[in-house]
Design a binder for this molecule. Structure first.
Ligand code: PGA
Length: 249
């Protein structure tokens, strides 16, 4: 059985003190929980203290972004070594906000994925179509491009997770239906296995307006191996409810 993965992406929210409180409470809540892997991605300023708090807990830490060079004159960037140093085991790469707000393209994203794997961390590659692309029936075409370029040159047994995040569902309150998500997850799994030579067992998680009301229906689908949660991961109760819905009934 595939261990479900639930990642809380805090984006540019929370100062150090509330981030630490949240991490402490979450670690406490998860003490007796088995059968799900839980990761949090606080802002960079909170990674170190949060990493210290959760280091002996069931929680893991993720960076929301990284740069592909190790060190040097790259003002404002952060290296994999730095992220690893503060306890990150996962890195989100190619989030739609990185693509649309900061202009990241698939070639840059590919370099970040390579460097993340080289550092021994798990890369969470985010992909997804926007509304215009879905309406124009281009969803699969867009995903093929993002996957083939984002994963170019990687060995089939890479430590990666794919996060399918339709852009129209992120932060909008309009989630993909389980049927829509399953259709795309099945497509992604088939494509990366048949065309790109990756394992069929790679976890493909869904993101985009996941909340306690819709998480059960999404996460009980076999094709959906977990969730990447934004807004609803900022509150302990809603994030815990989503984590619970990833557990076997
Ligand atoms: P959302 O964000 O859950 O607030 O829609 C998801 C994400 O951007 O990862």
């Amino acid at each position: 059985m595939t261990l479900p993965l639930v990642i809380g992406n805090w984006k540019m929210n929370s100062l150090v003190s509330p981030a630490c409180d949240m991490a402490r409470s979450l670690a406490h809540k998860l003490v007796a929980v088995e059968g799900v892997e839980v990761v949090i991605a606080p802002p960079f300023t909170s990674l170190y203290p949060v990493g210290q708090i959760i280091k002996d807990s069931k929680l893991s830490l993720a960076g929301q972004n990284c740069y592909f060079e190790n060190s040097g004159a790259f003002t404002g960037e952060i290296s994999l070594e730095m992220l690893q140093d503060v306890g990150c085991g996962f890195i989100l790469i190619g989030h739609s906000e990185r693509r649309s707000v900061f202009g990241e393209n698939d070639a840059l994203i590919n370099k970040k994925v390579h460097q993340t794997l080289k550092a021994g961390l798990t890369a969470v590659l985010c992909v997804g179509e926007n509304l215009a692309q879905r309406k124009a029936d281009e969803t699969f075409k867009v995903l093929e491009m993002q996957l083939s370029q984002g994963l170019a040159g990687l060995p089939g047994l890479s430590q990666i997770v794919i996060a399918y995040e339709p852009v129209w569902a992120i932060g909008t309150g309009v989630n993909a239906t389980p049927q829509q998500a399953v259709e795309v997850h099945a497509f992604i799994r088939h494509y990366i296995f048949e065309k790109l030579g990756f394992s069929e067992k790679i976890r493909i998680i869904y993101g985009g307006s996941v909340n306690p009301e819709n998480s059960k229906n999404l996460l009980q689908e076999k094709e959906i191996n977990g969730a990447l949660v934004g807004g609803a991961s900022l509150k302990l109760e809603s994030f815990c409810a989503i984590i619970n819905s990833a557990l076997e009934p």
